[in-house]
Ligand binder design. Structure first.
Ligand SMILES: [Zn+2]
Length: 289
């Protein structure tokens, strides 16, 4: 499968595919009644909807920066089945990176938007089978993780325990490859993180700005385009829904001011879009390749 490549000024952004999982629609749409969200997407017989897993490989100022690492392959066959993943489709992320022309050793920085399992599962892998100890997937990379996110992931509560797994970040720390960041940081002069809370307390988006062009990787601040068009549509996964709404307003204001390209991590229909106002309402218009 060919991958999509964007030029944002001098920065090159590759959209890296880590496949698709199926999740209960209640998680993605929260309080929104099914009769409303079913106009946007249809669910399977188990009420699951497709969640695409996109990662980014950004080439900026000589650095190769991987944003998020998908679900990885450390789950049992039973969990794979629950997620709707084919039993033997392993190493999707590394395959997609190879198709884009990158080897695991080429990655300088891995940056996790947050540490939920569908964003950092590919940080580590068990090349010797599911009983083996997980090892960093990217041997030459430093892994950038937010301090508060690491705290929340290290000491999960009853609600977050099902998605924060130490095997996705502890082997990174053990290997001396963890770089803890605190708040908004510059990764290069063209790439920066933006704390966008609500989904988790220190969830971060990634902004790319170069030569007057701008793009933002929205991660779980705005998982599907419809969550941007309808502010009240907030996933049930979000730990603080009212903060999520504030975050969305700030992103919309920034994105319109900068005419930014919007990169959606989980939307099966729109990978890259732009905001357009019609009749006083914001709509996300897909950007063709
Ligand atoms: Zn996610």
């Amino acid at each position: 499968m060919s991958h999509r490549r964007l030029e944002i000024g001098r920065a090159i952004v590759h959209i890296i595919d880590d496949g698709q999982i199926w999740m209960d629609a209640g998680g993605l749409f929260g309080l929104v009644p099914k009769r409303l969200w079913s106009r946007v997407t249809s669910a399977d017989e188990e009420n699951r909807v497709p969640i695409v897993l996109r990662c980014l490989l950004i080439e900026s100022q000589g650095k190769r920066i991987l944003i998020d690492t998908g679900y990885g392959d450390k789950m049992t066959p039973r969990v794979r089945e629950i997620l709707g993943l084919p039993p033997d489709d392993r190493d999707r992320l590394l395959r997609s990176l190879a198709e884009a022309g990158f080897k695991p050793e080429d990655i300088d920085i891995v940056l996790n938007t947050h540490l939920h399992a569908d964003h950092c599962g590919g940080n580590t892998r068990q090349s010797d089978g599911l009983d083996a100890r997980a090892q960093p997937s990217f041997p030459n990379a430093t892994y950038w993780v937010q301090r508060l996110e690491l705290a929340d992931a290290s000491f999960p509560n009853e609600r977050t325990r099902g998605t924060y797994f130490a095997e996705n970040f502890q082997p990174i720390a053990d290997a001396g490859q963890l770089h803890v960041i605190d708040g908004d940081v510059w990764v290069t002069d063209e790439v920066r993180t933006w704390i966008a809370p609500g989904h988790t307390r220190s969830h971060q988006c990634v902004v790319i700005e170069s030569e007057g062009e701008a793009a933002i990787f929205l991660a779980d601040a705005i998982p599907w385009a419809v969550h941007m068009e309808r502010l009240a549509w907030v996933p049930a996964y979000d730990i603080d829904p009212l903060t999520s709404i504030q975050t969305k307003k700030q992103i919309i204001a920034w994105a319109t001011r900068h005419q930014a390209r919007l990169i959606f991590q989980h939307d099966p229909r729109i990978d890259v879009g732009r905001l357009v106002e019609t009749d006083g309402r914001w709509r996300v218009v897909p950007q063709p390749e």
